[in-house]
Design a binder for this molecule. Structure first.
Ligand SMILES: [Zn+2]
Length: 429
């Protein structure tokens, strides 16, 4: 076509084409936009963008800060990590489900091999004291490893004189909603907060905050002690090492847990085992729950009072429900066929929460049931869960020591309140 055009025009047009080609090439070569959450670019990144040979140096790392709405699949896609690696990591996370619900502010550290093509390790940084590593073992297999630093708890007390509702008084004292609700939940069986509290009654609460050895806050908080002085009667709750709350005499404040999440008993097809050997690879692959063989559609019951904190559908864990109970307890129910509750819903012990199934990676219809105490999985069949209403004598001494320490903190805030009340009292006339 061009050859039919007069010479000068042909030249101008060729130049124009040349320019367009150059611009197109420049656009193609332009590095991908760097988004704000990519904190660190791996070594050799620039070289890769321009197809230059990469020097065989250290493995490359890339740190990703989780944003609201992020999913692991989306992040892998954005970073160009292949789908097989995603499957491998998700499979390794089945016993933890730590990657299934990412929270803004968490960090993911991607480690690639020296040619920058293969993901060799993914690290989830839950907080400064808790990292989970997912290592590549073979082409298709990843394994997890948790790195938990020792932590300690520091106490702070909050106190107030009831005016209006307990909720409002506690808010004014500086407490957050979730701890106010938790305090009410602890006394659920003993006190009706509307009926039993009067203006002039007092409350004091010890809140613990967790710190690492390097004094970095982990973000975790827990109620360690509460005292309500209602119409002259003191109601105390102290957190014991077993994760449950007891009164001054060591009597449990909460209803006992059910040991089994079903009405009938079913055969255990695979027990809880932290040292379980993987049937195929022969490597240690912990089993964080107990498996009960049962027909699909068997009603699953919450083993305690609590709040549904998440439900999900995981490629390996299947449909699952997680419930947070009072104190330090959580339960999980996996491979469900049908979920009957929603996130945020309050459930009572014995409530139907789901129908059992065979979803996810499952070798037959069964329920995988987990119990966590202080965020660690324990054997639900043997765990020292609050089954009895009273602490055993063997534990009572230890409990009384803790309770005395917490009571002293509560006494101090009671005293401060009393002084405040005297100061605020109308002048004697
Ligand atoms: Zn299982």
């Amino acid at each position: 076509m061009l050859k039919h055009w007069p010479g000068p025009h042909r030249l101008a047009l060729s130049t124009l084409f040349g320019l367009l080609l150059l611009v197109a090439t420049l656009i193609a070569l332009r590095p991908a936009p760097v988004t704000g959450h990519l904190v660190h670019l791996p070594d050799g990144w620039l070289a890769r963008q321009f197809s230059l040979p990469v020097s065989p140096t250290q493995p490359a790392e890339q740190l990703y800060q989780v944003k609201p709405g992020d999913t692991l699949g989306g992040i892998f896609h954005d970073l160009g990590v292949d789908h097989a690696a995603l499957r491998g990591v998700l499979a390794a996370d089945t016993e933890l489900l730590a990657l299934d619900l990412l929270h803004p502010g968490q960090q993911l550290l991607f480690t690639f091999d020296s040619d920058h093509s293969t993901l060799t390790r993914l690290t989830l940084i839950l907080h400064p004291g808790h990292r989970i590593h997912y290592h590549r073992v073979t082409e298709a297999l990843f394994e997890f490893e948790e790195a938990v630093l020792p932590t300690h708890w520091r106490q702070q007390t909050y106190a107030g004189v009831i005016q209006g509702t307990f909720y409002q008084t506690a808010r004014d004292a500086g407490l957050r909603d979730r701890h106010i609700l938790e305090a009410q939940r602890i006394f659920d069986e003993r006190i009706n907060f509307r009926r039993d509290l009067r203006a002039g009654d007092t409350f004091a609460l010890v809140l613990g905050s967790e710190f690492t050895e390097n004094d970095e806050p982990t973000g975790r908080r827990r109620i360690e002690g509460v005292r309500l002085l209602a119409r002259g009667t003191a109601h105390n709750a102290f957190l014991h090492a077993d994760g449950n709350y007891y009164d001054s005499h060591g009597e449990s404040l909460n209803r006992a847990f059910l040991r089994y999440p079903t009405v009938a008993r079913y055969r255990i097809s695979s027990p809880f085992n932290l040292r379980r050997k993987h049937p195929v690879t022969g490597r240690v692959a912990p089993h964080h729950g107990v498996d009960f063989a049962m027909p699909i559609g068997t009603p699953i019951l919450s083993t305690g009072d609590g709040v549904v904190i998440r439900t999900g559908n995981h490629p390996f864990a299947g449909k699952y429900v997680e419930i947070e109970h009072h104190g330090a307890f959580k339960t999980r129910y996996l491979h469900l066929d049908h979920i009957l509750v929603g996130r945020g819903q309050h459930v009572s012990r014995g409530d139907r929460i789901a129908l059992s199934g065979n979803t996810g990676r499952s070798t037959g219809p069964h329920l995988h049931f987990e119990l966590h105490v202080n965020n660690r999985p324990v054997d639900p069949m043997t765990a020292d869960i609050p089954m009895a209403q009273r602490l055993a004598d063997a534990e009572l001494d230890d409990f009384k020591q803790r309770a005395a320490h917490l009571a002293a903190l509560l006494d101090r805030s009671d005293l401060r309140l009393a002084q405040r009340q005297t100061r605020n009292a109308p002048p004697d006339t």
